[in-house]
Ligand binder design. Structure first.
Ligand code: ZN
Ligand code: ZN
Length: 253
């Protein structure tokens, strides 16, 4: 594989807590050399992921936080790993405290064998994945704790901002990133009081302060216009901005 094509992110699901027809919930596949990492695993992620990869071959799953649209398909994945094609394999899942207990509440048969669950703690932490990959996590303001994740492959990097309110932590964490992927729940509209989410302007502002080279927008409620949102964020950030599109791989160059 050529070096300039070895690092990429493929949106598997770009939807929010409820989505447009055909949208799956939050899930992004990062491939780096021979390794692959799945960020989040919301509803619909398992079916969509199976179209392009074998879940049991994914080196690491990272769950940003315990809102259902970011992890709920792990319930289906447990069944796949215990009774389906994944039987005999074990996958690594890193997520917030409480993830194991939430999954077990829906059935723990085979859970401990099928999934090696690692707990993310503290404000900043790292997860080892071997090879040339470096993975770090930083808390962002949303359902506590919610973790943004940055993945380095050599000198290039991608940062997934999870769900978050406007904040300084993400722009610091994503400083100089090649591809920043953020939520854009409220699109071109104002952020309602009390909602710990971004709109297009806030996403663009985080990208501008981070000095990101490219911004991808996702997790936009269907009432809002994601194309218009990308235009607004691009005006704020002064960099290329595009909606994340399911199945459309973005090379991290
Ligand atoms: Zn969400
Ligand atoms: Zn959330």
């Amino acid at each position: 594989m050529a070096p300039d094509t070895a690092f990429a992110v493929t949106p598997i699901g770009v939807g929010a807590a409820y989505g447009r027809p055909g949208e799956h919930q939050s899930c992004y596949l990062v491939t780096a050399g021979t390794q692959s990492i799945c960020l989040d695993f919301g509803a619909g992620a398992l079916n969509a992921l199976c179209a392009i990869a074998r879940p049991e071959d994914i080196d690491l799953f990272v769950i940003s936080h315990l809102h259902p649209d970011h992890f709920i398909d792990l319930l289906a994945l447990r069944v796949y790993m215990v009774w389906g094609p994944g039987a005999g394999h074990s996958i690594r899942v890193a997520g917030p405290p409480g993830l194991r207990e939430v999954l077990a509440a829906f059935g723990d048969d085979g859970l401990g064998t099928a999934m090696q669950i690692e707990v993310l703690t503290g404000d900043a932490t790292a997860t080892q994945c071997g090879g040339e990959i470096e993975i770090s996590h930083r808390q962002v303001p949303h359902l506590p704790p919610t973790y943004a994740t940055r993945i380095w492959f050599g000198r290039r990097s991608v940062c997934f901002g999870a769900d978050c309110a406007p904040n300084e932590a993400l722009s610091e964490f994503a400083s100089g990133v090649d591809v920043l992927l953020t939520e854009c729940s409220f699109g071109e509209a104002e952020i309602p009081t009390g909602a710990a989410h971004l709109n297009a302007h806030a996403a663009g502002d985080i990208a501008r302060r981070a000095g990101a080279r490219h911004l991808l927008l996702a997790h936009c409620f269907p009432e809002y216009d994601i194309e218009r949102s990308a235009q607004i964020a691009a005006e704020v950030a002064g960099i290329p901005v595009a909606p994340a599109r399911q199945g459309q791989t973005v090379q991290i160059l």
